[in-house]
Design a protein around this ligand. Structure first.
Ligand SMILES: O=P(O)(O)OC[C@H]1O[C@H](O[C@H]2O[C@H](CO)[C@@H](O)[C@H](O)[C@H]2O)[C@H](O)[C@@H](O)[C@@H]1O
Length: 372
């Protein structure tokens, strides 16, 4: 499988117009200038991220990006401010474009007729609620049992920004496939099991960014050191990427966090910066993301045929947009955005929060039970 030649565009687009100001960003923080391509493993050709494109953090003001990444800002949409009474109206209007996956369940399952489903789930903000301490982002037992149930009927994978080991520990289910580090660490199947009721044997490990491991570790150590005096800052080692959390940092010090990250990154032109929910994420400049991980897993599971497979991807964050985009560009399956606030997305449907995600998963199970 040569991902470059597939239907999925190799170019990561930036939702923020490039004409927006880039405040004081050192040139060396721009994506790596090599146009080189390297191959790894029997299937994949991976290219470096296109040097002409900018990451979201680099293409807008640091502080604006940091502020807008907060789900607390639910009163802002398309640059307008809304009172809390108006928020609900705005959300309901927004749902005309991104209907609820719950109220659309009939439509979704009708489209699955004669097709096999594949389910991809993000972790933080999708299966577990967003909490202040990333080490305490536990999913509920009810959610765990919903996910366990659905995996009996539908091949199910977790695709997370966290390290694969960590997210697997949080989820605690052997019946699933796991991709960590935004898809850069995938445990693919040895052979897809005949049914999905059995424990999945640890299969082929796919780590397209393995050569970056020492560099990521260096950056992790360096950022732990430089941010240690910023109250509330937390640096998380996600194996092939590093997360710098500022959720618990006083807003007055957000700029300092951004500057420290920028200072460290100046020394690593082969790393790039993206932005999650109150987190700055440092990762290799590879053209590899959650969309590519979905494609890889569909291929390894023997589910890449668009005619008889319907993938569903549920996620809440900007990094999940890569997966939504992959599905939309292939006109294949559905992206479902989890958000309590209106935002533009490549998803087709929406859900408000993890409790609605659980309801949706349970509805899929009910459907599978009634129509085997
Ligand atoms: O791809 P995901 O599974 O959604 O992981 C993305 C990041 O999630 C975690 O951070 C986010 O959730 C935390 C716990 O609720 C929250 O405190 C933080 O503000 C959020 O950004 C995780 O800690 C990161 O490493 C992941 O990259």
């Amino acid at each position: 499988m040569d991902l470059k030649s597939n239907h999925c565009s190799p170019i990561l687009t930036d939702p923020i117009p490039i004409s927006q100001p880039r405040l004081g960003i050192h040139d060396s923080l721009l994506p790596y200038s090599s146009t080189g391509v390297f191959s790894q493993g029997p299937f994949l050709t991976i290219s470096w991220k296109n040097p002409g494109l900018l990451d979201d953090v680099l293409s807008t003001s640091w502080l604006d990006a940091m502020k807008s990444s907060s789900p607390r800002n639910i009163s802002k949409y398309n640059g307008n401010d809304f009172s809390s009474n108006e928020v609900d109206v705005v959300y309901r209007n927004w749902m005309l474009k991104y209907p609820s996956a719950l109220t659309s369940i009939e439509h979704i399952v009708n489209n699955t007729k004669g097709k096999r489903l594949a389910l991809f789930l993000d972790y933080d903000g999708t299966l577990s609620p967003i909490v202040d301490n990333p080490d305490h982002a536990f999913m509920s037992n009810a959610m765990r049992s919903a996910v366990r149930n659905v995996a009996k009927y539908i091949p199910t994978a977790i695709i997370s920004g966290r390290s694969r080991e960590k997210v697997r520990k949080f989820v605690g289910l052997k019946e699933l496939y796991y991709a960590g580090s935004h898809g850069m660490d995938i445990m693919g199947p040895v052979q897809p099991p005949a049914d999905h009721t059995t424990e999945i044997k640890e299969g082929n490990l796919y780590q397209p960014a393995s050569e970056f491991l020492p560099m990521i570790n260096e950056v992790f150590v360096s950022l732990v050191e430089t941010t240690k005096n910023i109250k509330g800052a937390k640096v998380e080692n996600n194996k092939f990427c590093v997360s710098v959390h500022y959720r618990n940092v006083d807003e007055k010090s957000w700029k300092t966090v951004a500057e420290y990250v920028q200072d460290v990154l100046k020394h690593y032109p082969r790393l790039r910066l993206t932005h999650g929910r109150m987190v700055l994420e440092i990762r290799p400049v590879l053209e590899w993301d959650k969309g590519k991980a979905v494609e890889f897993l569909l291929e390894s599971l023997g589910l890449s045929n668009c005619d008889d497979v319907l993938p569903i991807y549920v996620g809440d964050d900007r990094t999940d947009e890569d997966a939504f985009k992959f599905l939309r560009e292939r006109n294949h399956g559905y992206g479902i955005l989890v958000t309590p606030a209106p935002k533009e997305s490549n998803a087709y449907y929406s859900l408000r929060d993890p409790s609605e995600v659980m309801e949706f998963i349970n509805s899929l199970v009910m459907h599978k039970k009634s129509v085997p």
